[in-house]
Design a protein around this ligand. Structure first.
Ligand code: FES
Length: 97
């Protein structure tokens, strides 16, 4: 559709649900809008509650606090769902229990 933002398919491995997420939405926003009980707290990239493993695909990260995701976590393939906007179809697994 003309003028509509590009959207990607995001699969939440924990619930086996696949949802649409536009390039200007975060994975967390799309999940919450779809009624998925995705664990989060601040939604601003500062607490780390939404830390997730990026199983597949590419995301672009909005600015975040350094404490929310360590360089080791980034190296291990983790991201913050509240800061991650899809740049391809993606699959994530949230890490909170
Ligand atoms: S919900 Fe706090 S860092 Fe994502």
């Amino acid at each position: 559709m003309k003028g509509s933002p590009q959207s990607w398919r995001v699969t939440i491995a924990n619930t086996q649900q696949t949802i649409d997420c536009t390039a200007t939405q975060t994975v967390l926003e799309a999940a919450v809008a779809a009624g998925i009980d995705f664990p989060y707290s601040c939604a601003t990239g500062n607490c780390g509650t939404c830390a997730s493993h990026l199983d597949a695909g590419k995301v672009s990260m909005l600015p975040r606090g350094d404490a929310a995701l360590s360089p080791q976590q980034v190296k291990a393939g983790q991201t913050l769902a509240c800061r991650a906007q899809p740049r391809s179809d993606v699959t994530v697994t949230w890490l909170a229990r």
